[in-house]
Design a protein around this ligand. Structure first.
Ligand code: VGL
Ligand code: ZN
Length: 211
């Protein structure tokens, strides 16, 4: 199947040091997707990246809640919130993109998670859907109709980004070998795939695009 990549964006979600092996919120084998994404980048003219970017006092960090540990769930400003290790703090090395990821063709970087009181898994909206990053409008203004999602983590930011892309009316693909899951529970990655597929996301392998 040859893909027509006109009016398409390659969306690279949160391929940042803290989500890679050795990072604060490491995704197992997350580094394996970097050469896959770099090969995909050669096929797209339009590439956008998202960046998880938190202030040090962010409410999603377990360390900011006395007696709480990562993995516990609290209520944060009215929303259920999983607590995470401190990660992707603005200005830190962990928030930077992996050095092997080639950013040369990126049209824009959309940051998310800057508001202390609400987490932001999707690259389009915060988890409360109160604020919009501007990504949807940017893509629409540029004439983008098709969104190809890659990056980390499959069961959080990738899933919510892909489902929001569908909700905004984009034809949305997940490139399944260009993502990896956190798997707080072992089946989370597979469940996320099912949720995306039943939510209208089309699953493809990278070789359908690169070959
Ligand atoms: C993410 C948990 C917390 C992600 C970001 O990029 O998937 N997960 N912040
Ligand atoms: Zn985060």
């Amino acid at each position: 199947m040859a893909m027509n990549l006109k009016n398409s964006v390659l969306l690279i979600v949160d391929v940042q040091n803290d989500f890679l092996p050795g990072g604060a919120l490491a995704v197992e084998k997350g580094d394996e997707i970097i050469p896959v994404i770099n090969a995909l980048q050669e096929k797209f003219d339009f590439i956008v990246s998202t960046q998880d970017f938190h202030p040090a006092d962010h409410g999603s960090f377990a360390a900011n809640h006395k007696g709480k540990s990562p993995g516990e769930v609290i209520e944060l400003d009215g929303l259920s919130q999983i607590l995470w290790p401190v990660h992707c703090v603005e200005g830190s090395e962990g928030a930077e993109f992996h050095e092997d990821l080639n950013p040369i063709k990126w049209k824009a970087i959309f940051q998310k998670g800057r508001n202390t009181l609400v987490d932001s898994y999707s690259g389009f909206f915060d988890n409360a859907r109160r604020e919009d990053t501007g990504l949807g409008e940017f893509l629409q203004r540029e004439g983008i109709t098709d969104v190809y999602v890659t990056g980390l983590a499959q069961d959080y930011c990738v899933k919510f980004t892909a489902l929001d892309a569908v909700a905004l009316g984009f034809k949305t693909y997940l490139i399944t070998d260009a993502t990896r899951a956190v798997n707080l529970s072992p089946e989370d990655g597979n469940k996320a795939l099912e949720e995306m597929e039943s939510g209208g996301v089309i699953l493809v392998g990278s070789t359908e695009i690169t070959q």
